[in-house]
Design a protein around this ligand. Structure first.
Ligand code: DGL
Length: 271
């Protein structure tokens, strides 16, 4: 039994897709969330910059006495996971493997599409993990660089002509190619789930990297005896690196939980 909190981070709102599942499947756990809203989006940045930012994000989170860290960001997971795991003496998990395992469990035609940020697609990490788990699988990855800024600006509602147009253009090559499973390899994308599902139709199963990593974390905590007692109610603290109000508004809606006046701003340059 271990009541220390779990650290979760992303560049902004995306990691909340993991938090929402964690609150449901591990309600007894305390969570410390950090969204690097001052520097979002990460997706077009170089590996060196991503590693520098990710180290700072983790250093901030580790100012708390954590029992595990969930990198609820596809971009950091695809480019920096190994280094962060090697540098930290606590369990650090990312989103890639859990999403790939789920995709392989649901695909029938073994054609798996993957959408993510430019940095994630360039890294080839999802393809590598899928092929390692199933050498016969076919994979097509496609970057969607406009999705994160649109999500961060609240353009997530079906019927919004801007996001619908962009999404159709991004998904077209994958749908023409004939995938029956689509990995949402960036944790912001499940906030667009309704729109993406509408465009893909019922023949394509969407796999959320943000959600699958939460299940993976639960397995890991159980296996290592790190779970908190089930008779307690966990808390959640939210930190951001820029003004908190917009984050609180969007996060309250997405989590269906009022977090107004709860997010605190920190200076990430100090870490
Ligand atoms: N949620 C992050 C991811 O999963 C978004 C990256 C970004 O800020 O571009 O990749």
């Amino acid at each position: 039994m271990d009541t220390r909190p779990i650290g979760v981070f992303d560049t902004g709102l995306g990691g909340l897709t993991a938090v929402r599942v964690l609150r449901r499947i591990l309600p007894e756990e305390d969570l410390i969330y950090f969204g690097d809203t001052a520097r979002v989006p990460y997706g077009g940045r170089s590996r060196e910059t991503l590693l520098k930012y990710a180290r700072q994000d983790l250093r901030f989170l580790r100012s708390f006495d954590l029992k595990a860290v969930l990198i609820a960001c596809g971009t950091v997971s695809t480019t920096s996971l190994d280094v962060l795991q090697a540098e930290n003496d606590l369990p650090v998990i990312g989103v890639v493997e859990p999403a790939c395992r789920r995709a392989l469990a649901v695909t029938k035609n073994r054609r798996v599409g993957m959408i993510a940020t430019l940095a994630s697609v360039r890294s080839g990490a999802y393809e590598a993990a899928l092929r390692r788990l199933d050498p016969g699988v076919e994979v097509l990855g496609h970057p969607c660089p406009l999705f994160v800024p649109l999500v961060e600006n609240g353009r997530v509602h079906p019927g919004d002509v801007v996001i619908e147009t962009v999404a159709r253009e991004y998904l077209e090559p994958l749908l023409e190619w004939g995938c029956d499973t689509l990995i949402l390899g960036c944790t912001h994308y499940p906030l667009l789930e309704e729109i993406l599902a509408g465009i893909c139709g019922p023949g394509v199963t969407l796999v959320s990297a943000g959600e699958e990593c939460a299940f993976e974390l639960k397995r890991l905590l159980s296996a290592q005896g790190l779970r908190a007692p089930e008779d307690r109610r966990g808390t959640a603290e939210f930190y951001v690196s820029d003004q908190a109000e917009d984050f609180e508004e969007a996060a309250s809606l997405f989590l269906a939980e009022d977090i107004h006046h709860m997010a605190r701003r920190i200076d990430i340059d100090q870490y």
